[in-house]
Design a protein around this ligand. Structure first.
Ligand SMILES: Cc1cc2nc3c(=O)[nH]c(=O)nc-3n(C[C@H](O)[C@H](O)[C@H](O)COP(=O)(O)OP(=O)(O)OC[C@H]3O[C@@H](n4cnc5c(N)ncnc54)[C@H](O)[C@@H]3O)c2cc1C
Length: 303
């Protein structure tokens, strides 16, 4: 474990809760839906709502997670501003691919009844095969099902080839997990260069790329690629995490006719929100300074 991660892991819970605020929509379904609805009504920003929690190894916890997702879907109902994101390790991966696929498909079926799209997030490399196998199996029957690829992994080019002909919604990101150097790039500029090359291939192969990054230069370059390939604006979208300060840029994209979607996580159990925030802080320690400045600004009445 690196020093940065070690220090962040030592941070006391109240402090992490403070940092969690901009990143996490709340501790119940209603808070997540309110957040997503407000993003849409106030700024025409779409959302993908995610229940925090991963690496669940008890059937009871998995069952609870399924119930929360199904309630979320029923309360959300048919609308056009929010999709759902979920992870294999919160939905039965500990019992093998077939079991996990069946659990996830149950949620996808429920979502389909309300016309809600579902995306299968990508976790660390030990789950890539399982995630893509589940994705392919469900996508055959439920065409709007989407997944994620991580540009840092050497295997991603082959994974894109293996999805040929599926016309899929593919969120493409650099990947949040630190991966070993024998299987992944270690340098961010290289990951981003790869990401742009992969976006081009995704377009050419007929997929719908969801460009997930906060790097404005990468987004602008992705738009250039789309324009060079004569891709209309409804053939892709830009995604960012709720809480990362990119409001002006997002508003500009929306004014120019692009679809922007924010990842809106909520937690029914604080331990999951804390784990999520620690991972985000470890990936981006500068966020701590930003949040502290914001708190100080609010407490001194300056804006
Ligand atoms: C919608 C969405 C879904 C994602 N889903 C997955 C997934 O399923 N699997 C996966 O492995 N990864 C996922 N990620 C994470 C992604 O892989 C990157 O780790 C993350 O987006 C940071 O990379 P970046 O491209 O923004 O580049 P960076 O170079 O890390 O960030 C660019 C700039 O954005 C700002 N920034 C970025 N992240 C943060 C942050 N957390 N807090 C504050 N500022 C920040 C900083 O100013 C930074 O300089 C997702 C990201 C998004 C936006």
């Amino acid at each position: 474990m690196g020093l940065k991660k070690f220090i962040i892991n030592l941070a006391p819970t109240p402090m992490v809760k403070l940092f969690a605020k901009p990143y996490v929509a709340g501790d119940c379904i209603e808070a997540a839906i309110d957040t997503a609805r407000n993003f849409c009504e106030d700024r025409h920003v779409c959302s993908t709502i995610d229940l925090l929690g991963e690496e669940l190894e008890s059937d009871e916890e998995v069952q609870d997670t399924v119930s929360v997702y199904k309630r979320l879907i029923d309360v959300l109902g048919p609308q056009d501003y929010a999709t759902i994101s979920l992870k294999p390790t919160q939905l039965g991966s500990h019992r093998g691919t077939e079991h996990c696929k069946n659990v996830i498909e149950g949620i996808v079926k429920r979502a389909e009844q309300h016309n809600i799209k579902v995306t299968l997030d990508m976790e660390d490399h030990s789950f890539t095969d399982m995630t893509l196998d589940i994705f392919r199996a469900i996508k055959k029957v439920h065409p709007t099902f989407g997944t994620v690829l991580q540009s840092r992994l050497f295997r991603t080019e082959n994974d894109i080839k293996s999805l040929k002909g599926l016309d899929a919604r593919i969120r493409i990101c650099i990947g949040i997990y630190n991966e070993p150097k024998d299987i992944a790039l270690q340098n961010k500029p290289e990951m981003k260069k790869k990401m742009l090359q992969q976006i081009e291939v995704l377009f050419k192969e007929g997929h719908y790329p969801e460009i997930a990054t906060h790097d404005e230069a990468v987004i602008n370059e992705a738009i250039n690629i789309a324009e060079r390939l004569n891709m209309k604006k409804d053939k892709y979208e830009v995604q960012m995490l709720m809480g990362v300060p990119r409001k002006a840029f997002q508003d500009e994209l929306i004014q120019n006719g692009f679809l922007v979607r924010l990842y809106v996580p909520f937690a029914e159990k604080w331990k999951f929100a804390i784990a999520y925030c620690k991972r985000r802080l470890a990936a981006n320690p500068a966020m701590a300074t930003y949040i502290l400045k914001n708190i100080l600004r609010k407490s001194t009445g300056k804006c």
